[in-house]
Design a protein around this ligand. Structure first.
Ligand code: CUA
Length: 303
């Protein structure tokens, strides 16, 4: 049998096997009764058929017993379903984007991955969406499945409880690449996950630097500031972060640490601190908040 690699898997399997047990008992009871009556009332022994008028007690019994059975099955299904759909408050949210014919996972810190990496024993909530047609997100080892529908947010929540790698399938026919729309979920120990989650890959660093440079060029920052240590109308960005700079603030000279706050302030309020040896000529740059952060990260990386 497939491993029960999530808390949902245990809930689903318990519900499944309870209902299966009830069905097995019913199957045996109904089949035995049928075989018994076939033999008992066979034609050879009952040449003249007997006319049975009906039996009120029997009618009541065979109405009440199936009703109870159906209610028991409903109860098992309902409690199991609620257990699987309830999301713990502290669940880690991961966005799942389905598109012909790949899965993409994005995390709160901007990390992206084409395989789903999650920590063991920590509740996870997947927010599912599709960019084109309907796809079905399915992890058999977790016993979870949900459709990804364009412009309609769906979700899945679960807690993986066994480190390992398991299959992800698409279960909704979505075009000729459907059968190849597979991925993996990697359940990692807390330590491994945190290390992966906070690590910046070379690829990500390169991308951030390219974006940073583009923004600086777009606002003509590089007309006055260099990134290689040379001096122009403004101080160079190279080695700026973490250095101590002498500035004039409200007419008073002081030496401060060039930390992230200093960088942000110098961009959004260029008149606040004027670096010694430079004139007060920097204009106000209309950077957007996310651009500001990219610029700060870029300058920080030029240490
Ligand atoms: Cu996506 Cu099938």
């Amino acid at each position: 049998m497939l491993p029960e690699a999530s808390t949902s898997a245990q809930i689903i399997d318990v519900a499944f096997f309870r209902i299966l047990a009830i069905e097995m008992v019913l199957l045996i009871a109904v089949t035995s009764a049928m075989v018994f009556f076939v033999l008992k009332y066979r034609r050879k022994k009952n040449v003249v058929p007997e006319n049975i008028e009906g039996n009120v007690l029997l009618e009541i019994i065979w109405t009440i017993i199936p009703t109870l059975l159906v209610l028991i099955i409903f109860y098992i299904g309902w409690t199991g379903f609620s257990g699987v759909r309830a999301t713990p408050l502290k669940a880690m949210v991961i966005k799942v984007i389905a598109r012909q014919w790949v899965w993409q996972f994005s995390y709160d810190n901007g990390k992206q991955s084409d395989i789903l990496r999650i920590p063991v024993n920590r509740p996870v909530k997947l927010r599912l969406n599709s960019q084109d047609v309907i796809h079905g997100f399915y992890i058999p080892a977790f016993r979870i499945k949900e459709d990804c529908v364009p412009n309609m947010g769906t979700y899945l929540s679960f807690t993986a409880n066994m480190p390992g790698t398991y299959d992800i399938f698409c279960t909704e026919y979505c075009g000729h690449g459907h059968s190849g729309m597979v991925s993996k979920v990697e359940v990692m120990t807390d330590k491994d996950f945190d290390a992966w989650y906070s690590a910046v890959t070379d690829e990500e660093r390169k991308l951030e630097m390219q974006t940073g440079e583009k923004i600086l060029e777009a606002y003509n920052c590089l007309d006055c500031h260099t990134t290689d240590g040379k001096t122009m109308d403004g101080p160079t960005f190279k080695g700026l972060y973490g250095s101590r700079v002498t500035v004039t603030t409200k007419g008073k000279e002081r030496t401060i640490l060039a930390d992230e706050d200093y960088l942000r302030r110098s961009i959004v309020d260029p008149k606040a601190d004027i670096v010694k040896g430079y004139s007060d000529i920097m204009p106000l740059i209309p950077v957007k908040p996310e651009e500001l952060e990219t610029i700060v990260a870029y300058i920080r990386a030029l240490r």
